[in-house]
Design a protein around this ligand. Sequence first.
Ligand code: ADP
Ligand code: MG
Length: 768
Amino acid sequence: MGKETNNAATPEQAPVPKSVLAAAPVAAMTSTGAHASAETTGLESPVSAVAGVGSARARLLAKRGILTVGDLLLDAPRRHEDRRQFSKIRDLQEGQKTTVSGKVIAMGNKTFARTGRSVFEVILDDGSAHLHCRWWNLPQMERFFDVGDELVVHGKVRSLRPKAMDHPETETLSSVTREADPETVATGVAGAAGAAGTVDLAEEPSLHVGRWVPIYSLTDGLTQRARRWIAWNALKTFGERIPEADPDLLVEASRLGWTASADGQQEIPLLAQEWPSRAQAIRDLHFPVSDTDAERARQRLALDEFIALQSEIQRRRLNLEAKATALPCQGDNLLMRPFLARLGFRPTQAQNRVLREIREDMGGLVPMRRLLQGDVGSGKTLVAAAAALMALESGYSAVVMAPTEILAQQLHANFRRWLEPLQIPVHLWTASVKSRSEPGLNLGLSDVGLTVGTHALIESSFLPERLGLVIIDEQHRFGVAQRERLLRKGRYPHLLVMTATPIPRTLGLTLYGDLDISVLDEKPPGRGKIRTHLRTPDALPKVWAFIRRELELGHQAYIVYPRILDNGEEDTKSVETEYPRICKALEPHAVGKLHGRMPPEEKERILGEFRAGRIQALVATSVIEVGIDVPQATLMLIENAQQFGLAQLHQLRGRIGRGAAESHCILVSGKASASSAASAAPSAPLPSDPRLKAFSETDDGFELAELDFKLRGVGELTGLAQSGSDHLRFGSLIEDRPLVEFARQLVRRHLRRPPTGNSATDPSNKAR
Ligand code: ADP
Ligand code: MG
């Protein structure tokens, strides 16, 4: 979309604006500058501009958020039905999902005296055989049919003797008696009658049979036939006027040849050369000639969405490159050398590679904008420290923002241990503590140094001197807006964001298109194996015995519950209720508890005790999910495991396996079997949750992220719901990877094309 998004001070401050994205498809149809204005397309007109839509139907459409002609055209059918030929009732197979058409030869309600249940039945004859259509406990269905009516029914064949469908979708093709729309709504539930108004006789007769027919989601009172006819009319009047979202990009696309992605891994699935125009795609969306047309139309519209998303992201990046001058922060190794020498271990190859990438960025002309992805335990903290050193060597200060107080404190302790011997002041800045470092080193906040903190760093009172580098740990916990606010504490400081939540590649490209990506794909050497076990509560006595044995070996354990306090749900355990029991069960070992409602000093104290080995088992909520690093901890017991997300479980499991000893992660979920005598069952039954099963079978964070992403959607995974990808209406970041990649390349080439004499494709001509 040829719009200027940023007119304020920093070119990248705005997150991908939700409004723009939410409106993208409609806006793309209507507001593309010179090519077509709202007046000429009419797509912004209210739905009542469409023939057949009066005030009653306009109200019904509004219930589904359809206000304008544009909304109407983009309200895709939920499926299409092939009505070129109906199945013969005689040939139906059990379990088959299909569409038949026939005449009602008999109908009636039957009530079963004993159970009080009733069934309404319509018997349909298509000349080959009879089909019984049944609706259970919906006697009012009778109102919608008459003997002699011609019906289309769609559903699953439940039985063959007699041939029957239960609760099929129905549509009345012709009615012997009724004038008003007689057919029921898609759900087959009553309440659909009457209100729809009258069937216009001018209706295209060929709309409803003899073709691929759209089936829409409806609101009570609007019938399939009426909705279909409205779509038809809207296309008839407005269909020719639908503009391309960005004609320049189409030129670019034909230059790119609509080919597969550059990395050659993924092909665009449909015949790329034959992409329909946007106008054609919208027609095909409703009335395709074939199911291939319908899918191609969806992909074409999805492409427009991905292009809009990519344009936003990439424009933001280009703005930065055009306007910002990078601070010279490549460093001179004067601190780095002694730092690495004292470290006690060698950086992994992956850490070295990433540090080279970072040094290149921080010495470059454009401020670094880099995302570091590294699975839990891959050693991101070391990379952060080394990056901070580069800035510090160059005379600039660095800031590290962490999502929780505990994590900030732990990082602070770590950085002090590493950096204070080099005479670098390391401060802490959280809601409860503002600045603290070794006496004598604390030269005051106005001095160049390293500050570690929480989101309290965003407050206006935090004013770092000569801010050169912003590091955000566990980026997925923060929104884009927060990261931008911290960046504005300096003048285009470098930015390194780190995350242990592996982001599926497509999503990374889409959400973080303005960031370069580095990956720590190697774990530090000498880590013990982690085994994951799934258990039901029946196995708990054995589990506790096992934990006792491990503690006796000098190992430590985390025990995690979903809640701090009981809330009366009998199946959900809590830290406060379990803690005294566990203290008793594990006697004489010392047990501590940790959760988000404890005062920060108390949390810090407990964690210190655990780290020092004075506490052997820590009963906690998922507060320990992020960042905590205690190598002697080898056990993780998670009860009510089904209540945690996969990404969260992965983070929790990442707390163990940090030392050389073998570690065990035990997930308990499901109900105890009725006879609670555990020995009664020869082998404990496994919890049935397929997510947990998948989790126990892999420790590949990327694989789990993909799975989580499929199961729970984008926002859940990234905490970045505001970044716009939730508003994709036609596109799916999982299913449409090749399209996402194609859009990315297309926009990239388009935006980065050097100005040429060819004004038609010069992007600078588009700025208004
Ligand atoms: P994460 O990527 O999850 O933040 P950390 O930075 O907390 O991981 O690192 C986990 C542990 O591994 C820490 O104890 C850290 O000191 C250690 N570590 C990091 N890099 C190396 C390395 N190259 N060799 C050995 N241990 C390392
Ligand atoms: Mg970390």
